[in-house]
Design a protein around this ligand. Structure first.
Ligand code: ZN
Length: 243
């Protein structure tokens, strides 16, 4: 064997070993497809820091699609999880059908902050799906809901759940909503130490055909940059995706 041929054979065997070592990693990556997320905004201004909440999640494939364009097509094949950060009413029958079909097909949804004010005229939405309603005006014996900015609070998980796993209690300064209606069928995940105000700041909706998570926190930069908030949103998306 010439020195060149011997060198070539050595490089060949080195490459083979390297490939054998890397193959399991490549196979693992191929086995874990990204979570396809449709992120719906619109109807409410927000700070650009909101988008940094999703940074570092290499396993997320996020498409930002403002309201109502997100709901103009059937999302069942293209999307794993719907993440809402819009504030709008959905009154079109086609858009409503697409959202209903998505949730009836077992697809998950995460509702963030002002998106709990969505769909004020759609009882199915606030009673059966998200299990919460922000009342823009008093209704019957219920007073109107209120909001308060820049509230420092400590937030604690109410029990064990994959969404709050490893989160523990954490401090956050954020906007809170008070005097909301919440369905008794919701399961509260996180409570804030607000003596006067609403304690539940994250819950699982009553919807049984798919996984629906509501996180009331998330107004501005202080929340968006909070590492625990980011972890909470990530965990909620992963759980809603059925993982
Ligand atoms: Zn807000």
């Amino acid at each position: 064997m010439s020195p060149e041929a011997a060198g070539g054979a050595m490089i060949g065997s080195y490459m083979k070993t390297l490939l054998l070592l890397l193959w399991p990693l490549a196979a693992l990556a191929a086995d874990a497809p990204a979570i396809r997320i449709e992120l719906v905004t619109g109807g409410h201004p927000h700070e650009i820091s909101f988008y940094a909440v999703f940074e570092g999640n290499r396993d997320f494939k996020i498409n930002v699609n403002p309201h109502p364009s997100a709901f103009r097509s059937d999302m069942r094949k293209s999307t794993d999880v719907l993440v809402l950060y819009d504030m709008a009413d959905m009154d079109g029958e086609t858009e409503r059908r697409h959202l209903r079909e998505f949730l009836e097909a077992g697809k998950g949804m995460v509702v963030l902050h002002h998106a709990v004010i969505d769909n004020q005229h759609w009882p199915w939405w606030y009673e059966e799906v998200i299990g919460g309603r922000y009342l823009l005006a008093p209704k019957g014996n219920q007073r109107a809901s209120t909001y308060q900015h820049d509230v420092p609070m400590t937030v604690r998980p109410t029990g064990k759940h994959p969404i709050t796993e490893g989160l523990g209690g954490f401090s956050i300064v954020d906007e809170v909503y008070n005097f909301m209606w919440r369905s008794p069928k919701t399961r509260v995940l996180l409570e804030a130490d607000q003596p006067e105000g609403e304690k539940a700041v994250a819950w699982i909706g009553p919807w049984e055909k798919s996984r629906v998570v509501v996180i009331q926190l998330g107004h501005g930069q202080e929340a968006h940059e909070n590492a625990s908030y980011r972890k909470l949103v990530r965990n909620a998306i992963v759980w809603a995706a059925g993982k």
